[in-house]
Design a protein around this ligand. Structure first.
Ligand SMILES: Nc1ncnc2c1ncn2[C@@H]1O[C@H](COP(=O)(O)OP(=O)(O)OP(=O)(O)O)[C@@H](O)[C@H]1O
Length: 325
């Protein structure tokens, strides 16, 4: 649905240039929620603004829904942008307009007649759970309600893609969760492709199917969250689970960091290990997280005794377990 090919964005000239994006290539498949995770200054805002060409890349191509955007003329780009909704960290609502009139705004811009507009606004208010707030003004709403208005407005022209520019960063954890749930719900019900930028791991953990990690304008890792979380050495896995450093002294044992996912997390794996092998198991650290609807865990074990190596091989062979030495 969205394809970035070798995108570069350079700000400034001469000695004063900043490479905000450096050879970024990524693909957001139809119907997925794709997160771009990065610290402040990594290039996230620049990247998301390149999707609808609010920011024009210095080089590279931006393809949305099969259309190369960088070669379109102004009219073509205006039309293409109707397929791309966007929501913002600070909501960007018009203070002097009611909730209903904020949502109607993009429909007015494209010249939709009032009766259709009113009907569509009603549908959108219901979609985001704000039917009782049609006549309220933004100042009378909570942050979460404001973002719901932002979402309804972004969806007014029935876009295929929704971009989210740190949409939950100004919200408390509980409201963040409800907005993320709404985005996931809209993604499923409408088949909406969502691309979001965030500096918060919780956002990735809660709703993203796929993630790209951006650092200093470069994508240093990308893939399905489910795959990355069990991949040895992955940045995402390290973000989910604090690094567990094995102690210097091995006490004659061998170390194994095991990551388990989904149903494997419910298996009583350590008791199976102790039953099957002549092995001592010392848990040196670890944690369990919920990633979307799945449980994922990571443990650093020290295995000792005559069957230590066989016990580690046993773990390695189990589906749902990844073992690092
Ligand atoms: N209009 C601009 N002119 C010059 N430099 C810019 C401009 N916009 C962004 N930059 C620079 O580009 C780099 C990436 O900025 P960008 O805002 O995309 O990062 P970010 O990851 O979104 O950061 P934040 O989370 O703090 O918004 C930074 O070094 C920034 O200073």
């Amino acid at each position: 649905m969205i394809r970035f090919q070798n995108i570069r964005k350079v700000y400034g000239t001469g000695d004063h240039i900043v490479k905000a994006l450096d050879d970024v290539s990524l693909h957001v498949p139809v119907g997925e929620i794709f997160g771009v995770l990065g610290q402040s200054g990594a290039g996230k805002s620049t990247l998301i603004r390149c999707v609808n060409l609010l920011e024009r890349p210095t080089s590279g191509s931006v393809i949305v829904n099969g259309q190369e955007l960088t070669t379109l003329d102004a009219a073509g780009l205006r039309k293409a942008r109707q397929q791309i909704g966007i929501i913002f960290q600070h909501f960007n609502l018009l203070r002097s307009r009611t909730v209903a009139d904020n949502i109607a705004f993009p429909l007015e811009v494209i010249g939709q007649p009032k009766p259709q507009r009113d009907k569509r606004v009603k549908e959108l208010l219901s979609l985001v759970g704000l039917s009782d707030k049609a006549s309220a003004y933004p100042a009378q709403l909570s942050g979460g309600q404001k973002q719901r208005v932002g979402i309804a407005r972004a969806l007014a022209c029935e876009p295929k893609v929704l971009l989210s520019d740190e949409a939950t960063s100004a919200l408390d954890p509980q409201t963040t969760r409800s907005i993320l749930d709404l985005l996931r719900d809209l993604n499923r019900r409408l088949g909406l492709t969502v691309m979001l930028i965030t500096h918060e791991m919780t956002v990735v953990k809660h709703i993203c199917d796929r993630v790209a990690v951006l650092r200093d304008g470069r994508v240093i890792e990308q893939g399905l969250v489910d795959d990355l979380v069990v991949q040895p050495g992955s940045e995402i896995a390290h973000e989910f689970f604090p690094r567990i450093v094995p102690p210097q002294q091995k006490n004659g044992g061998i170390f194994a960091t095991i990551t388990f996912v989904g149903t494997a997390a419910e298996e009583p794996i350590l008791s199976s290990l102790l039953r099957k092998f002549d092995v001592g198991v010392n848990i040196l650290g670890g944690g369990i997280e919920t990633v979307r609807d799945k449980r994922v865990g990571r443990l650093l074990l020290e295995l000792s005794g005559p069957d230590a190596a066989a016990a580690r091989s046993f773990l390695q062979e189990r589906t749902g377990f990844t073992v690092e030495s």
